[in-house]
Design a protein around this ligand. Structure first.
Ligand code: T4K
Length: 368
């Protein structure tokens, strides 16, 4: 078994060229403008729309993904309603709903994609349902056609938590173009980041001014405050980081693809581990074991014997956490998968050889 000299973490943030970052800082210093809709943010806004291939009127940037979700949900009028979502995600998805006074109703996931199942979601639709919030978990693609059908049939909004899916493309267009709205997280643990940051992409351009107001306390002008907003503004240093990382996005996606291929090849034919070719952007590398005890043993041995810090994203399930226990034991597929999944390290800079050795270690631990 290979013990790495230095800890191998589940992910590391990409750091763009430092000289370019310094040059960007000089510009910020000259502008003497640090936040509140500065020139760097406006440049980032334009370049982001251009990268996604959408109009500048259909996006808004925020200081993190959680507040982007919260304000997106609020602007879509979900407060006071029920929203069907997945329990197999990071807590931010359902917290953002709860914080605007919407009730998360948890439906089960598809056993292959691990994303919310449209069939399970449909069974829970009631007159109180205002929206469905599927998550492209790990960058795996939800059944976007199935959800579009539900949206039309029941008149409910489809809002994707696409926190993991930046850079993902489907049918020749960005994944951002599916649904009424999609949120991307630009946290440093993501394949692409802006230190911290979040992005909303939405179909209805009239939402943009509302979102711009909401992210700035809902102050519309010097004399008008139009709603109860918050401070969710992206600052100039975040925008600079986002701009520089965007220049390198193809390189970041290619690297993830390379690591994904190593894992795919390494686990091929190894019956005790399932690793599927599902993620559109290879943001995460989740493997599935046959049972909980094996997952726990591999997680522990990787850490203690190999210096590899894999993570059990997403275990426990949201429905096991205090705010959501009202739905405990309602999603058997998600419960089973959460107990068997382990996400292996992947990030720009992780060598192919290291990924190969991590996979060998996993196989050796499983075989013991
Ligand atoms: N929706 C979904 C589906 C999400 O997954 C998330 C966030 C959101 C919404 C909300 O978006 P944001 O508000 O975050 O933009 C991490 C992230 O904090 C979180 O952004 C992410 N999902 C979640 C899946 O993972 P932790 O608690 O696992 O992070 P932490 O600090 O343990 O870091 C993970 C690994 O990365 C560690 O091994 C250390 C390493 N690391 C981390 C940072 C921040 C570094 O090497 N350098 C760093 O700067 O939550």
């Amino acid at each position: 078994m290979k013990k790495f000299d230095k800890p191998i973490l589940v992910t590391r943030p990409y750091l763009p060229d430092l000289e370019m970052f310094k040059a960007g800082c000089e510009e910020i210093w000259k502008n003497q403008w640090l936040t509140n809709n500065g020139p760097m943010l406006n440049k980032f806004h334009s370049e982001m729309a251009n990268y996604l291939g959408v109009s500048e009127n259909n996006i808004a940037l925020f200081n993190n993904g959680t507040l982007a979700l919260e304000l997106g949900f609020y602007a879509m009028g979900l407060s006071g309603g029920e929203v069907i979502t997945t329990p197999f995600t990071f807590v931010a998805t359902s917290h953002a709903l709860m914080r605007i006074g919407a009730k998360p109703i948890f439906a089960d996931i598809d056993p292959v994609t691990m994303c919310l199942s449209p069939e399970a979601a449909e069974k829970l639709i009631t007159p109180q349902t205002k929206a469905i919030v599927p998550v492209h978990v790990y960058g795996n693609c939800c059944d976007v056609e199935g959800f579009a059908r539900l949206g039309e049939k029941y008149g409910v909004k489809i809002i994707y938590d696409a926190a993991h899916a930046f850079g993902a493309r489907l049918n020749g267009k960005s994944i951002a173009e599916y649904g009424d709205m999609a949120m991307f997280s630009f946290h440093p643990t993501k394949l692409y980041h802006s230190c911290e940051g979040g992005l909303l992409v939405f179909k209805d351009a009239s939402l943009q001014q509302k979102l711009f107001d909401l992210r700035n306390f809902a102050i519309h002008s010097e004399t008008e405050c139009v709603d109860v907003g918050t401070n969710a503004k992206m600052n100039e240093l975040q925008a600079l980081m986002g701009l520089l990382c965007l220049k390198d996005i193809d390189k970041l996606l290619d690297w993830r693809e390379k690591i994904h291929k190593i894992y795919l090849e390494s686990f091929k034919g190894f019956e005790d581990v399932t690793y599927l070719d599902l993620s559109l952007n290879k943001a995460y590398c989740p493997i599935l074991f046959k049972d909980f005890n094996t997952r726990e043993r591999v997680y522990k041995d990787l850490k203690e014997k190999c210096n590899v810090y894999a993570r059990c994203y997403f275990y426990p399930l949201l429905t096991d956490f205090a705010p959501y226990v009202y739905a405990k034991n309602t999603c058997p597929v998600a419960e089973d998968i959460a107990r068997r999944v382990l996400t292996l390290p992947t990030y720009y800079g992780l060598s192919e050889n290291d990924a190969h050795n991590i996979a060998l270690n996993v196989k050796e631990i499983v075989g013991k």
